[in-house]
Design a protein around this ligand. Structure first.
Ligand code: ATP
Ligand code: ZN
Length: 286
């Protein structure tokens, strides 16, 4: 049988949709029937395993899966021996300390001696150790945010993205201890065949990521403005310039960073650009 790379992704949760979308954007096709535990890709030597996110680091370490996509928070908390091979840029969140709203916050030393509920005791211990703080850390696995209101803890350390869950539980975020995003992890010593498949996959992920941060831009300009516009739009190598049917005019094509576009749009118009089109790029190999 052909060697397959076993990729573990979260079965259902905040990582699942983006993990699956990333794999599909890499051109890897698979059927993802509801409730399925695993499925084979039809056009790439890979098998997908759908698991609880907390189990993924262990499965990757044990060789049940070869690689996995998980939150960096879980990766670091589980003290996994797997390698972090790629940051993926989605499921961004932070691990923060929060106190009941009414408590006056003076600084991180205030946590000394407090009872703190969290699902991330290792990350929190490490953070406190760095600051010389001794706290009574209570590990609980879910609904950490209700711990203060039921008298189980004085404070919490939990995952936050907008902060609305904390607010609705009468808490305020006071200190960020860890910033997280989805990461790809891999088992050490995959062996040459699987390493080669992983390399192919990483190459595809990189071209998808590059494409996402860039746009293809097309515009018309009088030939007299080409030099100025070329300076504004260096592109990958230099812009493509094609003559328009109308004498003295050209069409310029280039690639531009998504964020840069808004910064130079005014300058492009001032330089004489017209009919500006900005379109997404699917894959980009520089
Ligand atoms: P499972 O049932 O698989 O154990 P879970 O309830 O532990 O799921 P989720 O809530 O789906 O986990 O979160 C998975 C990961 O997504 C977290 O470890 C974190 O990295 C990230 N995450 C959590 N909350 C948010 C959020 N509000 N916004 C963005 N990413 C988040
Ligand atoms: Zn989980």
């Amino acid at each position: 049988m052909q060697t397959q790379l076993r990729i573990a992704v979260q079965k259902s949760g905040r990582l699942s949709d983006d993990s699956i979308q990333l794999i599909r954007e890499c051109g890897i096709k698979f059927y993802n029937g509801a409730g399925k535990l695993k499925t084979e890709a039809t056009n790439f030597p890979a098998e997908l395993l759908f698991l609880r996110d907390d189990d993924i680091p262990r499965y990757v370490e044990d060789g049940v899966a070869d690689i996995g996509i998980i939150g960096e928070n879980v990766f670091v908390e589980t003290q996994s021996q797997a390698d972090l091979v790629k940051r993926l840029g989605f499921s961004k969140c932070r691990l923060s300390l929060a106190l009941p709203k009414a408590v006056d916050y003076q600084g991180v030393q205030q946590f000394d001696g407090m009872r703190i509920a969290t699902s991330y005791p290792n990350l929190l211990n490490k953070y406190f150790a760095g600051k010389g703080i001794k706290a009574d850390i209570h590990e609980i696995s879910g609904s950490v945010e209700i711990a203060p209101s039921i008298g189980l803890a004085d404070a919490v350390c939990d995952i936050v993205s907008s902060g609305s869950t904390l607010l609705s539980n009468g808490l305020k975020e006071v200190e960020t201890i860890f910033e997280s995003e989805a990461v790809m992890i891999a088992r050490k010593e995959l062996g040459p065949l699987k390493e080669a498949i992983l390399k192919k996959l990483l190459f595809r992920i990189e071209s998808v990521q590059k494409a996402k941060g860039n746009r293809y831009i097309l515009l018309n300009a009088p030939n007299t403005a080409i030099a100025k516009i070329t300076n504004l739009l260096p592109g990958i190598k230099s812009p493509t310039i094609l003559p328009l049917a109308e004498e003295g005019w050209s069409s310029l094509h280039s690639v531009i960073g998504e964020d840069e576009f808004w910064d130079i749009i005014e300058s492009l118009k001032e330089a004489g650009a017209q009919g500006i089109l900005v379109v997404p790029i699917e894959k980009m190999i520089a």
